[in-house]
Design a protein around this ligand. Structure first.
Ligand SMILES: NC(=O)c1ccc[n+]([C@@H]2O[C@H](COP(=O)([O-])OP(=O)(O)OC[C@H]3O[C@@H](n4cnc5c(N)ncnc54)[C@H](O)[C@@H]3O)[C@@H](O)[C@H]2O)c1
Length: 478
């Protein structure tokens, strides 16, 4: 947030905005953040979720997930009464003027396409219960064509005599930075089909726009596509550098220097060029698969086929870490492996499609004993992968380990030193899955260090069979 943005937002939010009542349907990562931030902007807000436990927790001002800065906003506005939560569509439909939809659009089981059942159910329930003129605004990430389809659904289900229209306003927030991204986003995109709806949304976002945030008003299809295009681009950028890391793993070279050097080209930029274990989380993987599935439905599958290759490069990163682990310890069976970090990214407890957790699961499948420590993600990970041992500190994770894997770049792991860690464990082998350690310093202290993008000089490991040396020097597994 720039200084000017923050000043303007403060000025505009001083006045309580009672004239527009906002509801947020689905109070997960996106919805709870949006609801609290709308309250921060001065609106009266009512959040709805079908999960009663979530509603109970939020109503007490307790955030059921990890997001820096959000617990404070939630508590502040629950206390002030400006932010409430319910499970009742009847209450929401009778109360709200603008209804944001932020329910999930996960990958459909057994297919690449998005599961639209939550969005469809939320839209139908809303339309049936709205008793005064209102605007429904979708924020979930959806296949292109959804808004137009949902307009028919609303028409079929709304009450007679009530004007209910639909707009789409894709969300670009990043977990870990969700509050600032919501209050002062890089840009706002709205897909509308009437000037009245554009006016309403410009009013909703008046503070951000006054603070200099660009608002792009466009048609439904463009708005829907902007979101998936942005995610496809970011996924491609990450997979691009990881494809080069497969080359440097074979021939040698320094992938970080390569990224720095190409990143200095202003047309390319350094961000999202970190070679590592690849992308994961609740968005990028499922969004690029849903985009391909939608393109295929539209007969444009060739246009998006490159994303299949990006997905493949991304998933090979996980295999590479398992291969490295196998080579570093000889056999994975009964090997004790400490995993530092399982959230898909730092500053989040989200383990949906986490590359780190997937790697831990694959290692356990080969007989390794996994001990995990993540500053925020232990609970979510233990629900998905209860077969592992979870502990509350790095020290507890590493003390009996044969091998250490750093898989999420939390600050506390980036700050690890070979001297500090050597005092806590007898292990002297580490895989730096995120390329955040200075490998040379660790090696000078007697550690074996492997990381994605780095040619692994395995022959100094005494227990490595020659066949496995061959496997690594001939490049990543197919
Ligand atoms: N998480 C992110 O960083 C992020 C960023 C941008 C966009 N998005 C998109 O936002 C959407 C939501 O993602 P999320 O991460 O917040 O998901 P989430 O799983 O954390 O939250 C979804 C919530 O919707 C609720 N829900 C499901 N069906 C409902 C219904 N019929 N009525 C009311 N509530 C219902 C669930 O109980 C859950 O609390 C997805 O489309 C996602 O792609 C997410």
């Amino acid at each position: 947030m720039t200084a000017e943005t923050s000043v303007l937002i403060t000025i505009v939010t001083l006045e309580k905005r009672e004239f527009m009542r906002i509801t947020v349907i689905g109070t997960g990562y996106l919805g709870a953040t949006h609801a609290a931030c709308m309250a921060e902007l001065g609106y009266e807000v009512l959040g709805l979720d079908i999960d009663p436990a979530r509603v109970a927790s939020l109503s007490e001002g307790l955030l059921p997930f990890h997001e820096p800065g959000l617990p404070e906003l939630l508590r502040k506005h629950v206390k002030s009464g400006r932010l409430r939560f319910t499970t009742s569509y009847q209450e929401v439909g009778a109360w709200g003027d603008v209804h944001f939809i932020g329910v999930g659009t996960p990958q459909r089981a057994g297919a690449g396409a998005a599961d639209m059942s939550f969005v469809d159910a939320a839209t139908t329930s809303l339309a049936r219960n709205i008793t005064k003129d209102a605007l429904i605004v979708g924020k979930s990430t959806v296949p292109v064509g959804t808004t137009r389809r949902l307009k028919s659904l609303v028409r079929e289900n709304k009450r007679p005599g009530v004007r209910v229209n639909l707009a789409w306003n894709p969300e670009f927030l990043r977990e870990g930075f969700a509050v600032v991204d919501t209050l002062a986003p890089d840009r706002l995109v709205i897909g509308v089909d009437s000037p009245e709806d554009e006016k309403i949304l410009r009013q909703v976002y008046a503070a951000a726009v006054a603070g200099g945030v660009p608002l792009i008003s466009t048609d439904f299809e463009t708005a829907e596509l902007v979101k998936v295009a942005a995610n496809a681009f970011l996924a491609t950028k990450i997979s691009f550098i990881n494809a080069f890391s497969e080359v440097t793993e074979v021939i040698g070279g320094d992938i970080r220097t390569l990224a720095d050097a190409i990143g200095l080209d202003a047309r390319i930029g350094r961000r999202f060029l970190n070679a590592g274990i690849g992308f994961g989380g609740g968005c990028l993987p499922k969004d690029i698969r849903a985009l391909q599935a939608r393109a295929a439905e539209l007969g444009a599958d060739r246009s998006m086929r490159f994303l299949d290759e990006m997905d493949g490069i991304n998933l090979r990163r996980r295999e590479r870490v398992v291969d490295l682990a196998r080579v570093m310890v000889g056999s994975l069976s009964q090997t004790r492996i400490a995993v530092l970090g399982v959230a898909f990214k730092p500053n989040s407890d989200d383990v949906r499609d986490s590359p780190a957790l997937d790697i831990a699961d694959r290692l356990a499948d080969e007989g390794a004993q996994i001990c995990i420590y993540d500053p925020a993600g232990n609970l979510n990970a233990s629900r998905r992968s209860p077969q592992h041992n979870y502990v509350l500190s790095t020290e507890d994770a590493v003390k009996n380990a044969d091998l250490i894997l750093l898989l999420t770049e939390w600050d506390e792991f980036k700050a690890l030193t070979p001297e500090g860690l050597s005092a806590q464990t007898g292990a002297r082998k580490i895989i730096d899955g995120r390329n955040v350690l200075q490998a040379k310093a660790w090696e000078d202290s007697g550690w074996s260090v492997a990381s994605p993008g780095r040619r692994f000089e395995a022959n100094h490991l005494t227990n490595m069979p020659p066949s496995e040396q061959l496997q690594l020097s001939s490049g990543p597994a197919a």
